[in-house]
Design a protein around this ligand. Structure first.
Ligand code: ATP
Length: 302
């Protein structure tokens, strides 16, 4: 698929004492929702924060909207104003009232739409703006603090949303609502708006994930449009008797006393001809877990 790029990462290296993120080339498609998926400590937050400009020191280059550099992101307000970011922890002052949170965002962002913000807070069932304006941020639950940040970014006129695990603290209904909000945001952008989010809630976010990037041990283990990945890999199940014959042609296999199952590269399926197997299109969860397990450095998981 030929697509434009909203964020392009080239030769990125970010080192900590016990960790290195190394990304040779990663282009996030413009007009789509991309999910960053990977085990704990894989480097998803590090990558998102490098893109958001919250961690500045690194090697390599990140470009935005096909033309802007990282230095443009810092100096040109049109770039910064075009990007919304939500992190895993609340960035509003705990002692602020909801009224102060709204005023601060109104002051910080020219494109902040107060009416839209109130409407989103209402839809997210966090507050009735006419009654709750004196409620303190600190009195909100973790999920409601995340909703406050989500309302803030969705109430702005941006072309790129970066969201670090937005679904984690949300209940299932609100995850569904978040998916709708992301879909509506993309549709309103008519190909110009993009979303990049990290998630461990793969099944809940599957229907809003167009492109997936699987991050493992600081590098990109796999990436692609979900529909293309579902063609590249096939989910295969078989009986115990065929396990040893099939194993060399599996990308990732788990076995029990009854049989085996796992991901196979579709191009290898002909090598399994003659075995009594069930083949299925993998779900995004099956794809992600299989790819994560095949690439993890945690031997206990293998
Ligand atoms: N400021 C820091 N100093 C040292 N090491 C760090 C720092 N920030 C992150 N790391 C390390 O970098 C690695 C990647 O962390 P990161 O938060 O990016 O992972 P993640 O994929 O977002 O994990 P999770 O799914 O648990 O949120 C971890 O080993 C972490 O300990």
């Amino acid at each position: 698929m030929n697509t434009n790029t909203v964020v392009s990462c080239k030769n990125i290296e970010k080192r900590y004492k016990n960790f290195e993120l190394k990304v040779d080339s990663l282009d996030f498609p413009k007009g789509f929702a991309t999910a960053l998926i990977g085990e704990n400590g894989a480097g998803k937050t590090t990558l998102l924060e490098l893109i958001a400009g919250l961690r500045l020191e690194h090697e390599g280059d990140i470009s935005y909207f096909d033309k802007y550099t990282e230095s443009d992101r810092e100096t040109d307000p049109t770039v910064k104003n075009n990007i919304g970011y939500t992190g895993t922890s609340n960035y509003f002052v705990p002692n602020w009232s909801l009224k102060q949170v709204k005023e601060a965002q109104d002051m910080l962002f020219d494109d902040f739409d107060g009416n839209k913000y109130d409407q989103i807070l209402n839809e997210l069932a966090i507050s009735d703006p006419s009654k709750d304006k004196n409620k303190k941020v600190s009195s909100l639950s973790d999920g409601n603090k995340i909703k406050l940040m989500l309302a803030g970014v969705f109430a702005r006129e941006t072309n790129l949303l970066l969201m670090d695990e937005p679904a984690s603290p949300l209940d299932p209904l609100m995850r569904d609502k978040l998916c709708s909000m992301i879909r509506e945001y993309l549709e309103a952008g008519e190909g110009e708006k993009s979303v990049i989010f990290s998630t461990h809630n793969i099944a809940d976010m599957e229907n809003v994930t167009d492109y997936a990037v699987i991050v493992e041990n600081g590098s990109i283990a796999e990436q692609g449009f979900v529909e293309e990945l579902k063609e590249k890999y096939t989910y295969v199940k078989g009986d115990k008797a065929d396990e040893e014959t099939a194993k060399p042609f599996f990308y990732d296999m788990t076995s029990s006393s009854f049989g085996f199952e796992g991901l196979c590269l579709s191009e290898n399926l002909d090598k399994l001809a003659g075995l009594d197997l069930i083949t299925e299109t993998p779900t995004l969860s099956q794809l992600a877990v299989g790819i994560m397990r095949a690439n993890t450095k945690l031997t206990a998981i293998k």
